[in-house]
Design a protein around this ligand. Structure first.
Ligand code: ADP
Ligand code: ZN
Ligand code: ZN
Length: 822
């Protein structure tokens, strides 16, 4: 009896399930877990998906369709990855399809708008149906069309069965773009055929070609390029384009020589990624404190899977990472080096490149898709890369044999993905990933997160400390300026205290550089009517618009909506509108007035949106072409600059007063990190913190560089108010286009959850920003005490959400879960 085999497939749809398809006979022998397949979905769609399971059980509740095509000879995704995806989906309460979408570069998937291509080389074999002819006629002309477009042809209506049969006949193809994305770029190479490796043969060739002058010239050029017609050079190869350039020959002319059997032409893989040409420098020798730290890390790895390297800014942590990476490579293992942000990769990458050269791969979202596919392919097939440096999505690369994961700046909240799902924390996911590989984890930072430091205290993680900067450079001197006093004494110019201006003056006179930190971009946060206090708000979101002077527009930082500045108040008609508060753009404008001769640059989301602009900004500052760098938190992150002597933190209050239970923790981190930019290599730096509350305990801890005191006092508060890391949080966001329905649905869900979880449920509440892009948002928070099984709670939550979204009264309600929200 014939057995039918089935595959359960992960598809990029937000349904919490897998989809079962029948495996056509011809594929049965070579389908594997993790292979990419193309399948029809519903009546009108085609998707690519990943095989998650193989079996011979026919599903009972629906008719299975057949897989259209299997894209990979060898799986594009390995089994550890499938387990990892499963963990992410489970822990972060999302679907495998959502993880799949986030994990694979788009070059490896068919997106929803699938295109079919016309196969120009195809010759009809047998008769075609009328519908097949319609599709072929259409495509013969257009060459490529989406399934949707084909469905629009009136005589056709549903093109899928027709497309399917044409795919089988190979008259069309859908997968070529995918395979292209996956296939490395190649170049044409020319070499002498083996037969001609004898000098006698060459002599004959010269004689034979004496009447084909042009071909002879090509052959001569070839010999020049390989360094002469000497047997030592006969096996050398050259780029076909070089030969064309040198000899002026056409492809056809070169082909003549291939036909005669003198040349051979073949494809060689070339990288889309730039190769380093620098000579490699060895690693630096570690100084004594670094060596002690290094030894201690290795010793603690004997019985701990994770170790925290808590080292002040500039203590030489990166240098220790480099030594650990080197060691793993020598052991034949791979290393993943995680960074919180692209902003950081530029500097660290060039440091690592100098040591690891082409064994270093880089992976982040500013890379083109083809480049990302190439990195994926390299890692999958164990080609060049031994160490990958990347941002959060690089935890999804198809690693095998991972020995170590370094999580640099582990405290950074950019490790957490907010939107879309999976809302994962790359640090926490990386720890799970390392466990699956039997790899070790090194977390590094000058300002540990409470979560990580608690794990140290619980002895789950090891701890290594470095309290001295490399080469004994002093920690900066930090002082506060009470802006309230300064204002009273009329000593503020614009947003700068007299103390700061004086200090900047001194620094600039000595040719030193200055960094000014303002955690807000734009010109001013908002515009206000002097008559009636009206403030322009976004039409789609419940936030005030930020004024950007350069483009003279109001912009919403939540949805990007922007419009021209109104000339009069829309509420009372008064022309007296005033900007309130200040952002980096305003600081830049004012500072240029105060220091007209200084070269000023600004680094924030507006000026450093692209990889290039960002690299340029950092490069300019590194080369000393900028005197004053103004920036948002972007400049706080581990950047290592020479000659910065002065750092000004312009408005500490706005950070400290931010309405979030992590505000103090964040403020400590930001202030300590920004201060760390001062006085790196040449002398002690000076940091000036402007605040109206110099006695704030966070400010005091920053000044004294007292992490432990900060940690202890924050932990006390978290425990008292039932927050992480003592309690676990899960946020549910109920979304609806209609405010009333959003209220009713969230009330319903809140009641329902309270009946199961009682006091653990907080809300529903309208969040501070209760409308984004015309979606009305309501939040419900779950606070889960230590010792309760999260799995059980998540199971009940999933059921509750399903009950809500399938309730006829709450059609089109969306519920998003965020586990361990930041
Ligand atoms: P961190 O990562 O802790 O901020 P870095 O590793 O960036 O510190 O070190 C700070 C500076 O000191 C860098 O410019 C680095 O090149 C230099 N440095 C650190 N350790 C060494 C060493 N062992 N030999 C030479 N230079 C070092
Ligand atoms: Zn008004
Ligand atoms: Zn908006």
């Amino acid at each position: 009896m014939k057995t039918t085999y089935f595959a359960d497939i992960i598809l990029p749809v937000p349904l919490p399930r897998l989809f079962t398809y029948e495996i056509p006979e011809e594929y049965i022998t070579h389908v594997e877990l993790g292979s990419r397949v193309i399948v029809p979905f519903g009546k009108k769609k085609i998707y690519s998906g990943i095989i998650y399971a193989l079996h011979d059980t026919k599903p009972e509740d629906y008719e299975t369709k057949e897989i259209l095509s299997v894209l990979d000879e060898h799986p594009a995704v390995n089994e550890i990855q499938l387990n990892f995806w499963h963990w992410i989906a489970d822990y972060y309460m999302c679907t495998l399809g959502e993880v799949y979408k986030a994990a694979l570069p788009s070059g490896l998937k068919l997106e929803s708008e699938t295109k079919v291509h016309y196969n120009q080389d195809w010759l009809p074999d047998g008769t075609l149906t009328a519908k097949e002819n319609i599709v072929l006629d259409y495509l013969a002309e257009k060459k490529v069309a989406t399934i949707q477009e084909l469905n629009g042809i009136t005589e056709l209506k549903n093109s899928l069965p027709v497309v399917k049969s044409l795919l089988e006949k190979e008259a069309l193809f859908v997968s070529e773009k995918l395979k292209e994305g996956y296939k490395p770029k190649t170049k044409k190479i020319i070499r002498l055929s083996e037969e001609y490796h004898k000098e006698q043969k060459i002599q004959n060739a010269f004689t034979d070609l004496s009447r084909a002058k042009k071909q002879l010239e090509v052959l001569m050029s070839f010999f020049t390029l390989i360094g002469g017609a000497h047997p030592d050079n006969f096996s050398k190869t050259i780029d076909k384009n070089d030969l064309k350039d040198r000899s002026g020959a056409s492809s056809a002319l070169i082909k003549e020589l291939v036909k005669k059997g003198i040349f051979e032409e073949f494809d060689e893989q070339v990288s889309r990624l730039s190769k380093s040409n620098d000579t490699l420098l060895g690693v630096h020798t570690l100084n004594q404190p670094q060596q002690v730290a290094y030894d201690s890390i290795k010793q603690q790895f004997e019985d701990k899977n994770a170790v925290l390297l808590h080292g002040v800014t500039s203590s030489g942590k990166t240098e220790i990472y480099i030594h650990l990476i080197k060691e793993q490579i020598e052991l034949g293992k791979k290393v993943l080096y995680l960074l919180p942000e692209i902003a950081l990769t530029t500097q660290i990458t060039s440091r690592l490149k100098r040591v690891f050269g082409d064994e270093l791969g880089i992976y982040h979202s500013k890379y083109t898709d083809a480049e990302r596919v190439e990195v994926w392919d390299d890692v999958l097939n164990n080609k060049n890369y031994k160490v990958i440096i990347g941002v959060r999505s690089s935890v999804f690369l198809p690693f095998e044999n991972l020995g170590l994961i370094i999580i640099d700046e582990e405290h950074e909240n950019t490790y957490k993905q907010f939107d879309p799902a999976p809302r994962y924390h790359a640090r926490d996911a990386a720890i799970v990933l390392a466990h699956m590989h039997g790899a070790k984890v090194l977390l590094g930072t000058a300002t540990p997160s409470l979560e990580t430091y608690q794990n140290v205290q619980l002895k789950k993680y090891g701890l290594v400390e470095l309290f001295e900067r490399y080469e004994g450079i002093k920690m900066p001197e930090i002082v506060t300026v009470n802006v309230r006093d300064e204002v009273r004494k009329k000593k503020m110019s614009s947003h700068f205290s007299s103390v700061l201006i004086q200090q900047m003056n001194d620094a600039l006179e000595k040719g030193e550089k200055v960094i000014l930190f303002q955690n807000r971009r734009g010109f001013s946060p908002y515009l206000e009517c002097n008559q009636c206090s009206w403030v322009p708000k976004c039409d789609y979101c419940d936030v005030s618009m930020t004024y950007h002077k350069q483009i003279n527009q109001l912009t919403c930082h939540y949805c990007g909506n922007s419009y021209a500045l109104p000339r009069v108040c829309k509420a009372c008609g008064s022309p007296s509108l005033q900007t309130k508060g200040f952002g980096t753009e305003k600081i830049e404008e004012d500072i240029k007035i105060i220091f007209p001769d200084a070269k000023v640059a600004r680094m924030d989301l507006d000026t450093a949106r692209t990889r290039k602009s960002h690299e340029t900004l950092i490069g300019n500052f590194e080369r000393g072409e900028v005197d004053i760098l103004i920036g948002t938190q972007m400049i706080s992150k581990g950047l290592d600059f020479d000659h910065v002597s002065t750092v000004g933190i312009l408005n500490a209050d706005s950070m400290l007063n931010y309405p979030d239970f992590r505000a103090f923790e964040r403020s400590f981190q930001l202030m300590a990190q920004v201060s760390g930019r001062a006085g790196r290599k040449n002398k002690q730096g000076k940091v000036i913190i402007q605040t109206s509350n110099p006695d704030n305990p966070v400010v005091v801890d920053v000044i004294n560089n007292n992490f432990l005191n900060h940690f202890n006092s924050q932990m006390e508060e978290r425990q008292a108010f039932k927050y992480p890391p003592y309690y676990r949080l899960i946020h549910l966001t109920v979304k609806h286009r209609n405010a009333n329905t959003a209220n009713q649905a969230s009330d319903y869900l809140g009641e329902y959850l309270r009946s199961i979880f009682s006091h653990r449920v907080v809300g529903p509440q309208a969040p501070t920003i209760s409308k984004i892009q015309n979606w009305h948002l309501r939040k419900i928070m779950l606070k889960i005490e230590p010792g309760v099984s999260l799995n059980k709670i998540k199971g009940l939550l999933r059921d509750a959400i399903t009950t809500l979204v399938t309730h006829p009264g709450f059609k089109a309600t969306v519920v998003q879960a965020d586990v361990d929200p930041m």
